[in-house]
Design a protein around this ligand. Structure first.
Ligand SMILES: *[C@@H]1O[C@H](CO)[C@@H](O)[C@H](O)[C@H]1NC(C)=O
Ligand SMILES: *[C@@H]1O[C@H](CO)[C@@H](O)[C@H](O)[C@H]1NC(C)=O
Ligand SMILES: *[C@@H]1O[C@H](CO)[C@@H](O)[C@H](O)[C@H]1NC(C)=O
Length: 487
């Protein structure tokens, strides 16, 4: 639990200084603050150079990155490429292409009463931003926010997850060589170090992780009133209508559920369908799983592993909920969990209480779309919601009567690779949004500016007391016709 550094704990000699001040971050943060205040990061050329550096890091270390992703998560190379490497490269290229346009002041209209004022929105960097990343997509969820933070002209402290150790090491040792180190730092450590860093005054905090830790981060942020983006998770429902073709649904749901071994915050977490649909869906899911991963998924090159023992043990406990219909095998020394489907699951069981974050798909029976909507709406708002139906009416009903960070009709989370739409939660699944220009906007303060002519005082005089009948009338008319800038 961070926010409460254990002072002087043995095994952390870096924290114990003779003065009793235990702060390994002070120097780094002061250095970055000074660099920001010097204006160094503001010019477009500087920002572009950082983005180009990031692009070179991805290009020149492609194989190394694939290797560490395989080491951390046994990520199949194809999954590493599409959900981590190519994705990050695309974000870099997109930001480089649009940087000038994003940075431009946005002129806004004035009105008839003050035609000579100039009004615009300027995008200015916040200053020192802190990005806290998770382990499940250790590049994607670290570098995609970084692209926007650098493009917006900030200094950045990046904390990769200590749990995805291989990737953490590359991000700490190799990435800084490609960026200006006076404006960028990678910090290492776990909850304790993060808590310690959060004691400092930062200008923006971008956190991806669980709602539980999200609350700790937000609490820490109140100390300095630091704005936060929280990219959290949740249990994403997946409704399957009776009129669906079971094989089509099985293919789509299984791919998105078992991708990255289920360790995906936007994965369909559980299926809601009628008992009849369940009977048709099970053989279809079995056939999909065999086609994807063979008769022995443990030996399949297309399936990753659980990140560590702690997560493995948690998931193995969940296998005891309901009844195993497909899969259910596990192997501790290999941190392997078979692609699994559970049925006869009760809403009160652990597998329906926590975000699963593993290759386990429970099916919960509902009798109708109304019952499914009622089920979804009595729980926290999810990050994502999926509805499969051959009737667009049913899909639209789901969309209209529920709320979630994003929504997929007859499809999984493919929208995530589109820079044209924002990604982010609502309610318990988080706050704030990013991807493409939305990341740039997240890391920029939108400053409203009005520049009036320095002269022409005669024109402005009408607003001052004494309020005569004549100027009061004129002012009221001005406000009534939304010409408020008369004031
Ligand atoms: C990036 O990471 C998120 C983490 O939840 C994942 O859902 C997504 O699939 C990844 N991006 C792409 C394009 O796959
Ligand atoms: C909708 O029905 C058509 C025709 O039966 C079928 O080919 C298609 O896969 C179905 N779509 C879904 C999502 O079930
Ligand atoms: C677990 O997996 C390892 C590595 O594949 C294998 O050597 C071992 O025999 C398996 N253990 C069991 C109990 O199946």
């Amino acid at each position: 639990h961070f926010g409460r550094p254990r002072r002087g704990s043995p095994g952390h000699p870096v924290q114990a200084t003779p003065s009793g001040r235990m702060d390994p971050f002070e120097d780094t943060l002061r250095r970055l603050r000074e660099a920001f205040n010097s204006g160094h990061t503001r010019p477009a050329e500087f920002r572009a150079a950082q983005l180009q550096g990031l692009g070179r890091f991805l290009q020149e270390n492609k194989q190394l990155l694939r290797d560490v992703l395989a080491q951390d998560l046994h990520k199949p190379a194809f999954e590493a490429d599409i959900s981590e490497l190519i994705l990050c490269q695309n974000e870099v290229d997109y930001a480089l292409k649009n940087l000038q346009a994003w940075m431009k002041d946005e002129p806004r209209s004035t009105n008839l009463v003050s035609p000579l004022d100039s009004v615009f929105i300027r995008k200015e960097p916040f200053g020192l931003v802190f990005i806290i990343a998770p382990w499940n997509y250790p590049l994607n969820l670290t570098l995609v926010p970084l692209v926007g933070a650098l493009a917006a002209g900030n200094c950045v402290v990046l904390k990769p997850s200590e749990i995805s150790q291989g990737t953490e090491k590359v991000l700490a040792e190799v990435l800084p060589q490609y960026l200006d180190q006076s404006c960028f730092a990678v910090v290492l450590g776990g909850p304790q170090e993060t808590g310690q860093l959060l004691e400092h005054e930062l200008d923006y905090i971008f956190f991806t992780g669980s709602p539980r830790v999200g609350k700790i981060v937000m609490t820490a942020a109140t100390k300095h009133l630091t704005p936060v983006t929280l990219e959290l998770g949740g249990k994403n429902p997946c409704y399957v209508d009776d009129n669906c073709d079971p094989q089509t649904v099985a293919n789509r749901v299984a791919w998105f559920r078992y991708f990255n071994t289920g360790q995906t915050c936007v994965a369909p977490d559980y299926v809601l369908c009628s008992p009849e649909m369940q009977e048709r869906l099970l053989p279809a899911l079995q056939s999909t799983i065999t086609r994807f991963y063979g008769d022995d998924p443990q030996s399949s090159p297309n399936l990753g592993r659980i990140i560590n023992q702690k997560q493995f043990q948690r998931l193995r406990t969940l296998l005891g909920c309901g009844r195993v219909a497909i899969g259910g095998q596990s192997n501790e020394s290999d941190r392997y969990i078979a692609p699994t489907v559970l049925v006869d699951v009760q809403e009160t069981e652990p597998v329906m209480q926590e975000e699963i974050f593993g290759p386990i798909l429970p099916i919960v029976n509902v009798q109708s779309v109304d019952e499914a909507i009622e089920f979804i709406n009595r729980r926290e708002k999810p990050l994502d919601l999926y509805a499969f139906s051959n009737s667009s009416q049913v899909v639209n009903q789901m969309l209209k009567r529920t709320s979630s960070g994003s929504f997929g009709g007859n499809e999984g989370f493919t929208y995530i690779s589109l820079p044209s739409v924002p990604f982010g939660g609502v309610g318990h699944s988080g706050m704030g949004r990013y991807h493409g220009k939305f990341t740039f906007d997240t890391f920029s303060h939108h400053r409203t500016c009005l520049l009036a002519p320095s002269g022409l005082e005669k024109l402005k005089e009408i607003r001052y007391p004494p309020y005569t009948d004549w100027n009061q009338q004129l002012l009221r008319w001005g406000m009534g016709s939304q010409s408020c800038s008369l004031l």
